[in-house]
Write a protein that binds this ligand. Structure first.
Ligand SMILES: [Ca+2]
Ligand SMILES: [Ca+2]
Ligand SMILES: [Ca+2]
Ligand SMILES: [Ca+2]
Length: 458
């Protein structure tokens, strides 16, 4: 005797469009097999099934006659199979069927909250296991703004695996949803909307992080041949200055330079402006830290005329887009080529349509706001300067400055959201919260011409 094997596939309900034809017709036609062979009684729904005996010898009821929307009651041996279109092992609650054997593309649960996305299912975000969440970036946290029907998790950027709650362990709120691309525990200072900003201005370089950098200066102030040049650290609590490295030119001689400003790039390159030679210098010391020395190397030809006041670059700063900018006493913002040291374009620094008279300046980069900062001794104002030269007043120190306030250097502090200011012999801080105050830190004991956070030998 040849046993016919039947796959029992009964459409669950008819109100969801899954029923291929009117329920009565389906029930009727299913009573007769292909070719006119009668089907076993339990293969049909409705009344036939309610009294029949199954192919496996059991009996059961599958639906009730005349009620197309009634819930199905599988006869023993038949499971409820639900479509798993995205193949993540979780089925959609719509379109489920009853079958005693597996159906390709179907699973025995209906727990998927988005069956068109295989990274969305119950437990997809491993650290939020009770949710049916989306974890598209595999960082184990669920999207906090998912599509309708999906549980919201706490991943503030689910397209970026380096952004999640607790990404930045060294920040003051380590549980915040932040971005830490270089995995140094400090969060990107400018990560974009919806993400907690941190204090890492260099989130692509783990060597450049707030706890690995010290406030430094290049000494001595002023020029003159013969005297030794040093890199010195500055204690940000006391303003104490301590030499840490001797700086030599590539031939091993004391370079005849007078430092006006210095700046650090994301790749660790350090450039400085030399007033004596109207030129750029590269400072390199990582390869010679153990010997207690560093090297100052001229970058290309001079970019101005030595001795000409307007050509003095009082500020030099890496800024938006990693570009190199300088501000000179000609009241211009320059863009410079960091390799050749040459000025490639210049725009006037303008506030409210009027030119800013720059004299005795300091320059810094607010990496959180992605804007250059200019502290101008001529008017006691700290400006934000856009790359087109447009300036707006960020901090008004005209009421706080003493007579003869003459800044020589400015540096942005991403941890405290403040700036350090050198007025030659004195160190100050000014908050960037709009309070327009100047706080005295201490005496350097000698004139300090530059301020720059740098990674110092360890
Ligand atoms: Ca899914
Ligand atoms: Ca995620
Ligand atoms: Ca993420
Ligand atoms: Ca980081």
């Amino acid at each position: 005797m040849v046993m016919l094997s039947f796959v029992l596939v009964l459409v669950e309900g008819c109100g969801d469009g899954a029923c291929p034809e009117p329920c009565g017709a389906a029930a009727s036609s299913s009573s007769t097999g292909s070719g006119g062979h009668p089907l076993p009684p339990d293969v049909t729904d409705g009344t036939a099934g309610s009294s029949g005996s199954g192919a496996d010898g059991s009996s059961g009821t599958v639906g009730s006659s005349g009620d197309s929307s009634a819930s199905t009651t599988a006869r023993p041996g038949a499971d409820r199979w639900c479509p798993d279109m995205d193949g993540d092992g979780f089925g959609a609650p719509e379109g489920c069927r009853l079958s005693p054997v597996p159906i390709a593309g179907y699973v025995t649960n209906a727990d998927d909250c988005d069956d068109a996305h295989d990274q969305t299912f119950p437990g997809a975000a491993q650290l939020e296991p009770t949710l049916c969440a989306r974890d598209a970036d595999n960082d184990r946290w669920g999207d906090d703004t998912p599509p309708a029907g999906v549980d919201a998790g706490t991943d503030c950027d689910d397209d970026h695996g380096g952004t999640f709650p607790g990404a930045a362990r060294n920040e003051t709120t380590p549980e915040a949803c932040a971005r830490d691309d270089d995995d140094d525990g400090w969060a990107d200072a400018n990560p974009g909307p919806g993400i907690e900003a941190g204090a890492d201005c260099f989130d692509t370089n783990a060597d450049l992080r707030p706890d690995a950098m010290l406030l430094t200066t290049l000494l001595p102030s002023g020029g003159g041949p013969g005297s030794s040049r040093t890199l010195a650290t500055i204690d940000t609590q006391s303003a104490n200055v301590a030499d840490v490295l001797t700086l030599l030119d590539p031939t091993g001689q004391n370079p005849n330079v007078s430092m006006g400003s210095a700046t650090l790039a994301a790749d660790g390159t350090i450039l400085a402006s030399d007033i004596t030679g109207a030129q750029l210098l590269e400072l390199e010391y990582q390869s010679s830290c153990a010997m207690g020395t560093g090297t100052l190397t001229v970058q290309g030809a001079p970019n101005g005329m030595p001795g000409v006041v307007d050509d003095i670059m009082c500020g030099l700063q890496r800024g938006p887009g990693g570009m190199l900018y300088g501000i000179s006493l000609s009241d211009e913002l320059h863009t410079l080529d960091p390799v050749t040291g040459q000025i490639t374009s210049s725009v006037d620094v303008v506030v409210g349509g009027q030119p800013v008279d720059v004299f005795s300046c300091g320059m810094a980069y607010d990496c959180a706001e992605d804007v250059l900062l200019l502290l101008n001794g001529a008017d006691g104002l700290l400006y934000e300067v856009q790359t087109d030269g447009t300036a707006t007043v960020r901090v008004d120190l005209t009421g706080a400055v003493q007579t003869g306030f003459s800044p020589t250097a400015l540096e942005y502090d991403p941890v405290a959201q403040q700036v350090f200011i050198s007025t030659g012999g004195l160190l100050w801080t000014a908050p960037l919260d709009g309070t327009d105050t100047l706080d005295f830190v201490g005496f350097f004991g000698q004139p300090v011409p530059t301020l720059q956070f740098l990674p110092v030998c360890n």
